[in-house]
Design a protein around this ligand. Structure first.
Ligand SMILES: O=P(O)(O)OC[C@H]1O[C@](O)(COP(=O)(O)O)[C@@H](O)[C@@H]1O
Ligand SMILES: [Mg+2]
Ligand SMILES: [Mg+2]
Length: 335
């Protein structure tokens, strides 16, 4: 039987043999994986662990928090703050950045996360996940400020997510392709189950919340309309549709079998660039998708090139199979 490669061993080899990651980054990723393992355990207990339902609070974006949003946020902070590899953290669930307390050693990385993605699916036992992104603190800056976080996604040094579904799967890139690790509950460790994940350039599957159709912009309407016409339409093939309403699970499907995922700008709140968060959702997912051969734009521009103006910035998202993303983008830009 082929030897199982644990996440720890994989990361050590990335550090030692490939020279891709410094030891502090390796340690950081191991801690994030450990935190995901414990969030996975909480998710698994569900009603038995008292983790379902809403908390009596709202986050900075005015969204009602679920108990698990708060639990996952705390797990990630507590696991990471004392290890010495981080300078600060930022989360979808916190108003501003979280500085590593002075009593702990200070590191050089910045960790950003959506602790629990797909909150509306928690109580109905549908896949949810944790999304994370790692940046380097800019050199020469003394302390840490929010400004230090405002780096384009292209600056990420690691990105990934952990999906809590029928299996718990951690998906990671450090800029050298995408690897997947499945949680072996008996061993208590993540085991490498796929390397060099590749998204096919073409697809017959799209993911979008169709209930928003009447609010979309013309280029999105055109693209979906052409898909819906199927074999008889300009695309000459039938399309399938999926919408899980957990970005993490929708992107996992796309990394597994291809497809295009869209959460476009719409007319309901014209001043908001989109629903999804640039730094906690779009950037890490876009880097993973690009590393797997796919593409990610906001309809006009590569997402990884956007320089954020604020921590909780939102963005329009089109990502997945390259030829479809290029098509949607060309419908917006006219080229
Ligand atoms: O209900 P909608 O508008 O289709 O929203 C689904 C989208 O909202 C999100 O759930 C937002 O994530 P959070 O649960 O972290 O707020 C995305 O994962 C998903 O793509
Ligand atoms: Mg989310
Ligand atoms: Mg969330």
């Amino acid at each position: 039987m082929a030897q199982k490669i644990s996440l720890t061993r994989y990361l050590v080899e990335q550090q030692r043999e490939e020279g891709h990651i410094p030891s502090q980054l390796r340690l950081l990723l191991e801690v994030v994986a450990r935190a995901c393992k414990s969030i996975s355990q909480a998710v698994n207990k569900g009603a038995l662990g008292g983790v379902l339902g809403s908390a009596d609070s709202e986050n900075v974006q005015g969204e009602v928090q679920k108990k698990l949003d708060i639990i996952a946020n705390e797990v990630l902070i507590e696991a990471n703050e004392w290890g010495g590899h981080l300078a600060a953290m930022a989360s979808e669930e916190m108003d501003s950045i979280y500085l590593v307390p002075n009593r702990y050693p200070q590191g050089e990385y910045l960790l950003l996360f959506d602790p629990l993605d797909g909150s509306s699916n928690i109580d109905v036992n549908v896949s949810i996940g944790t999304i994370f992104s790692v940046l380097k603190k800019p050199e020469g800056s003394p302390g840490v400020t929010e400004q230090d976080f405002l780096q384009a996604g292209a600056q990420q040094v690691a990105a990934g997510y952990c999906v809590y579904g029928p299996q718990t799967t951690l998906v990671l890139t450090v800029g050298d392709g995408v690897s997947m690790f499945t949680l072996d509950r008996e061993q208590g460790s993540f085991v490498l189950t796929q390397e060099n994940v590749t998204i096919p350039a073409d697809t017959k599957e799209f993911a979008i919340n169709m209930s928003n159709m009447r609010h979309w912009d013309e280029p999105v309407k055109r693209y979906i309309d052409e898909c819906l016409q199927g074999k008889e339409g300009p695309r000459g093939k039938d399309f399938n549709m999926r919408w899980i309403a957990s970005m993490v699970a929708d992107v996992h499907r796309i990394l597994t079998r291809g497809g295009v995922f869209m959460y476009p700008w719409d007319k309901r709140e014209p001043n908001k660039p989109g629903k999804l968060r640039l730094m906690y959702e779009a950037n890490p997912m876009s880097w993973l998708v690009e590393q797997a051969g796919g593409a990610a734009t906001n309809g006009r521009q590569r997402i990884l090139d956007i320089v954020p103006g604020q921590l909780h910035e939102r963005v329009s998202v089109v990502l997945g199979s390259k030829n479809e993303v290029d098509r949607v983008t060309s419908y917006h830009t006219g080229v």
